[in-house]
Design a protein around this ligand. Structure first.
Ligand SMILES: Nc1ncnc2c1ncn2[C@@H]1O[C@H](COP(=O)(O)OP(=O)(O)O)[C@@H](O)[C@H]1O
Ligand SMILES: [Mg+2]
Length: 218
């Protein structure tokens, strides 16, 4: 499914300045877009809007050609949109496999039906020992399990907010590569600080810091 933001603006309630002003982006089906920009330029805000967690002050979110709003979030987040965050929050005493399976089991699936899929999804992101207990995984491996967990629902869209920010640079790049390679049929919107990670995506959009009206031009 394609993902588009059209003329999206956002001012947080109780604040004076817009965080986003007429942001436009389009991510064709099965491709990836990296959002770059210094801290505070609104990357997480744009992702929250795209993921239907936050209503824009004005503008539209279109998924697969249909206008979507926060009212669609409960349905869309059940499988069509999946998130990968900076901290993966695995259940530490459960195995990698269990961590990938649990959301699908909670959604009513059966372990027998899901098992092979989960092992395959873990392999796709480079985790070869599904029975390893989560607390013994390295940071990079844990984040890969988080990517596998997101892929397990076969989402149409993955939204990844700085998924490599807690990792050292080389590990982070490996995880980003795994995410982008595993998500072949998935549309990916990714925020990152790492130019190398951004370059792995099909396209890059840079958010510029707003020039503050308070600062006199020099
Ligand atoms: N819930 C909120 N209420 C008010 N301001 C917020 C809120 N969330 C973020 N901001 C502000 O919006 C701006 C953009 O934040 P954010 O989207 O997190 O940027 P980035 O992810 O690029 O670092 C920042 O100035 C931040 O302080
Ligand atoms: Mg952010």
């Amino acid at each position: 499914m394609s993902l588009a933001l059209t003329d999206v603006s956002l001012t947080y309630p109780g604040t004076a300045r817009a965080v986003l002003t007429n942001l436009n982006l389009f991510v064709p089906t099965g491709t990836s877009l990296a959002l770059m920009g210094p801290s505070g330029t609104g990357k997480s805000t744009a992702l929250a809007i795209a993921g239907l967690l936050l209503a824009p002050t004005s503008g539209e979110v279109t998924i697969d050609g249909q206008t979507r709003t926060v009212r669609d979030a409960p349905t869309m987040l059940r499988g069509e949109i999946a998130w990968v965050l900076q901290s993966v929050n695995l259940l530490p005493r459960r195995t990698a496999l269990d961590n990938v399976l649990l959301p699908a089991l909670a959604a009513g699936g059966s372990r027998d039906d899901l098992h092979d899929d989960a092992v395959e999804v873990l392999l796709r992101v480079g985790i070869e020992s599904p029975d390893q207990v989560a607390r013994t995984l390295s940071g990079g491996q844990a984040q890969r399990v988080g990517v596998a967990r997101a892929l397990m629902s076969r989402p149409a869209v993955i939204i990844a907010d700085e998924p490599t920010a807690n990792l050292d640079i080389a590990t982070g790049r490996g995880v980003a590569r795994a995410l982008l390679q595993a998500a072949t049929e998935t549309t990916v919107l990714l925020a990152t600080h790492d130019e190398h990670v951004a370059e792995m995506a099909d396209a890059i959009l840079r958010l510029e810091p707003e020039v503050s009206g308070d600062v006199a031009p020099s």
